[in-house]
Design a protein around this ligand. Structure first.
Ligand SMILES: NC(=O)c1ccc[n+]([C@@H]2O[C@H](COP(=O)([O-])OP(=O)(O)OC[C@H]3O[C@@H](n4cnc5c(N)ncnc54)[C@H](O)[C@@H]3O)[C@@H](O)[C@H]2O)c1
Ligand SMILES: [Zn+2]
Ligand SMILES: [Zn+2]
Length: 380
């Protein structure tokens, strides 16, 4: 995959294969990779310092084909799933299992650590929408795929499942809580599913794409409503909760939210703020006083027009982060093996890697009832 500029990606047969650059590197031959909502922010040209020629892709599985001289935990031939965060394993943040906030893997920033296939604001590492990828800190990130696990489930354990799970975890859900999830993309779907694992009493999902609302109702056994059919989503949620507000709101939308002309014009058209904050706005106003907001939707680094005064006056707790995939994997692999979570059921499209341009178009334009596309290299 080769990024050529906003809304333009193509399959590139001439890009040189990645090489071992450091004794802790591994070269992985990709067997599955996905396109994520986070890739769409890159594809739409919204993320600063996204360079032409980069290969995207932070959700992938593969087979180890070459190892740097100091890698201890892997051998050639191992089948691995690779967390989207690039983490050194030994800085003060990695030691607290904040693998998304590694202080070493991203020299460009102090907030987020390195991420595969993201812009140079996340370290500028090439990603896994490719036949081969270089994986740094190979003793830290990759996890061997358990015997018998479906590759389609494994690839969703690199981001979607941990991110949805962490969204529910950060929300501090208590038994019987009413949880509202904004966004019925793969992340919101998984957050809704996982909310039950933390004891939610009621789960409500808000989106405007009917096919996704229908899917999430079935997959996560929750209520799902279309914000386009409401006059005011905040009032709708207040009414649905005896005018108290939801106990917990999860933002699984991020900077490309629809639903407010003001936010869309200032954030996405004029770029006066880093994207539109509509879902976050609704979350702040529809959670109860003293409630908790958990944000996994991605926002740019600069200011957003959110009602920060309401955050203060309502005494809200907001929790947000990139998912710390490695920390959650042992628990989530067990949930998949036990059949508690069946992530591969969200995959709607299987597309050859060579047809990457079509894959981006279908997922970005939400064509053909697409929820999660998976890319398969011809040699896999
Ligand atoms: N924090 C992390 O670690 C992490 C990891 C993966 C993805 N993400 C982010 O999570 C977000 C969702 O990812 P995805 O793959 O599900 O993306 P997606 O684009 O498939 O889904 C987003 C959904 O939000 C809906 N939406 C738009 N405006 C809305 C609004 N105002 N209210 C409710 N729903 C609205 C869209 O219709 C769409 O269905 C993205 O911002 C992505 O970058 C974060
Ligand atoms: Zn992702
Ligand atoms: Zn680190």
């Amino acid at each position: 995959m080769n990024y050529r500029g906003p809304f333009r990606v193509r399959a590139d047969r001439n890009k040189p294969d990645p090489q071992i650059l450091h004794p802790q590197d591994a070269i992985v031959k990709v067997t599955r990779s996905c396109i994520c909502g986070s890739d769409l922010h890159l594809y739409h040209g919204l993320v600063p310092d996204t360079r032409v020629g980069m290969t995207f892709g932070h959700e992938f599985t593969g087979e180890i084909v070459e190892l740097g001289s100091s890698v201890q935990n892997l051998k050639v031939g191992d089948r691995v799933l690779v967390p989207f965060n690039i983490a050194c394993g030994s800085c003060p943040f990695c030691k607290q299992e904040l693998f998304g906030n590694c202080h070493e893997s991203n020299p460009e920033a102090t907030a987020v650590g390195g991420i595969f296939g993201y812009s140079h604001t996340a370290g500028g590492y090439d990603g896994g929408q490719a036949e081969y990828v270089r994986v740094p800190y190979a003793d830290v990130g990759p996890v061997k795929i358990p015997e018998g696990m479906d590759l389609d489930d494994a690839v969703l354990l690199t981001d979607v499942v941990p991110t949805g799970y962490q969204a529910a975890e950060m929300a501090g859900i208590k038994k019987g809580d009413t949880v509202v999830v904004f966004g019925a993309g793969p992340i919101g779907i998984m957050a809704a599913k996982c909310a039950w694992l933390f004891g939610a009493g009621r789960v409500i999902v808000i989106d405007h794409l009917e096919y996704r609302l229908e899917f999430v109702k079935r997959y996560a056994q929750c209520e799902a409503y279309n914000f386009k059919s409401m006059k005011d989503p905040v009032l709708f949620i207040k009414k649905a909760t005896d005018y108290l507000g939801a106990d917990v709101c999860i933002d699984a939308v991020g900077c490309e939210a629809e639903g407010s002309a003001l936010q869309t014009i200032t954030g996405r058209k004029l770029m006066l703020q880093a994207g539109s904050a509509t879902a976050l706005y609704w979350a702040i106003d529809s959670v109860k006083k003293g409630g908790i907001i958990s944000i996994v939707g991605v926002y740019g680094p600069t200011a957003n027009l959110v009602p920060i005064g309401n955050v203060v006056n309502k005494g809200l707790t907001i929790r947000a982060n990139q998912a710390s995939v490695k920390r959650l994997l042992p628990r989530l692999i067990k949930h998949v093996q036990d059949g508690i979570l069946k992530p591969s059921e969200i995959i709607t499209h299987r597309i050859p890697l060579e047809e990457i341009a079509d894959a981006y178009h279908i997922f970005s334009a939400k064509r053909d009832n697409c929820i999660k596309p998976i890319l398969i290299p011809s040699a896999a």
